[in-house]
Design a protein around this ligand. Structure first.
Ligand SMILES: *Cc1c(COP(=O)(O)O)cnc(C)c1O
Length: 379
């Protein structure tokens, strides 16, 4: 089955009761048993729920994995992966990580004795120097947030496999429409399904997808033991979102290309970060690893000024100023004061998150309207 069919049919079947094409929202906490332990496959909704199960199967299908797990948020999914670790273990992570992931690692897990190395992985060869016998996990994002750096997943997987370290890839920005990390050798794929998978800015959810049975069982044990599951209503919404993922992503990519090209030619703009440009440092990796270049664009203005950047995001009318990304509507954000405010200024500037950096999540509106909006906001 091809990807564009998997989004709609992958591992899905009509509901057994009445043949409904979409799974019903099984809004129940528990399931009746005829005698203790004897039931129709479901006992208690934290452990499993048919609506969530249908979604988890869809997650697995679109990422070419065997097992999918749904969580109450992207961060709950990441938290579940970190619970595979114990005191003394070490993690190597991308240095320009999603702010919430960085906070979870440094503010919560460091105090339990897990050690993190934040590494510039644009040159993947630098990763190996940080691996020692305590290294248990490599955590990467590609494209990264908000600098849209590209990390060579296949090469990273080769290093991880050689040293028997688990490789987890946050695939939120790319989605399986653009790249499938398990096919490239990763062990775990993670999503904030809040973003492109849900796609309509109406739900918060996380996902993990794996191939290895033992790893799936360990993660399922954590999911059930910690209990950060999603509810059946949210499962239904994300399942519905995934059905149009390929159509939406195609338009996100087309619009982002048009916006990036417009910004690159604008006299007030200094840098435009979009992996599709030939001048992007890892454009050659993006071309091989991704089907297209995604719906995210970041840029800086020539006057590197905090107030001027705030003015631009306030001036935008179609682009809503809001956290998050990946919905049908265009959003803008100012990472230094919003998503990445929890990273100390020196650290964030080292990775390019200067005061004038503006991030755009390009929606699926008409590209002419989006460009006109940016034109008037830039003045
Ligand atoms: C939003 C996001 C997360 C966190 O997901 P939540 O659903 O907000 O918990 C993690 N990684 C990336 C890249 C994100 O954009």
């Amino acid at each position: 089955m091809k990807f564009n069919t998997k989004t709609i049919h992958g591992k899905q079947k009509p509901d057994a009761a009445y043949g409904s094409v979409m799974p019903p929202i099984y809004q129940t906490s528990t399931f009746v048993q005829s005698t203790p332990g004897k039931h129709k496959g479901y006992a208690y909704a934290r452990s499993s729920n048919p609506t969530r199960h249908a979604l988890e199967d869809s997650f697995a299908s679109i990422e070419n994995g065997h097992y999918g797990l749904a969580f109450s948020s992207g961060l709950a999914a990441i938290d579940a992966v970190l619970k595979l670790l114990k005191q003394g273990d070490e993690v190597i992570a991308t240095h320009d990580l999603y702010g919430g992931t960085y906070r979870l690692f440094t503010k919560l897990y460091e105090k339990f004795g897990v050690k993190f190395h934040f590494v510039d992985m644009q040159n993947v060869e630098s990763i190996e120097a940080y691996i020692n016998s305590n290294t248990k996990l490599i955590w990467i994002e590609s494209p990264t947030n908000p600098m849209l750096n590209i990390i060579d997943i296949k090469y990273t997987a080769k290093i991880a496999n050689k040293h028997k370290v688990v490789l987890a890839v946050d695939n939120t920005f790319a989605t399986p429409y653009l790249q499938r990390p398990l096919d490239l050798g990763a062990d775990i794929v993670m999503h904030s399904a809040t973003k492109y998978l849900g796609g309509h800015s109406d739900v918060v959810m996380g996902a993990l997808i794996v191939n290895d049975k033992e790893l799936a069982e360990r993660l399922y044990f954590i999911q059930n033991s910690s209990g950060a599951i999603c509810g059946p209503q949210d499962a239904f919404l994300v399942l519905r979102g995934i059905k149009t993922l390929h159509v939406r992503m195609q338009r996100h990519c087309e619009n982002a290309k048009a916006v990036a090209t417009f910004l690159a030619d604008h006299p007030k703009i200094k840098n435009v970060y979009w992996p599709g440009f030939k001048t992007h440092p890892n454009n050659n990796v993006a071309r091989v690893q991704m089907k297209d270049f995604g719906g995210m664009v970041s840029f800086t203005t020539k006057e590197n000024d905090y107030k001027a950047a705030i003015k631009i995001v306030e001036n935008l009318r179609i682009f809503a100023l809001a956290e998050s990304l990946g919905g049908v509507e265009s959003l803008t954000g100012h990472p230094a004061s919003m998503t990445h405010a929890s990273i100390p200024k020196d650290d964030r500037e080292k990775i390019g998150i200067v005061d004038s950096l503006i991030r755009l999540s390009i929606g699926i509106e008409d590209e002419a309207d989006l460009i006109a909006d940016l034109k008037q906001a830039l003045g």
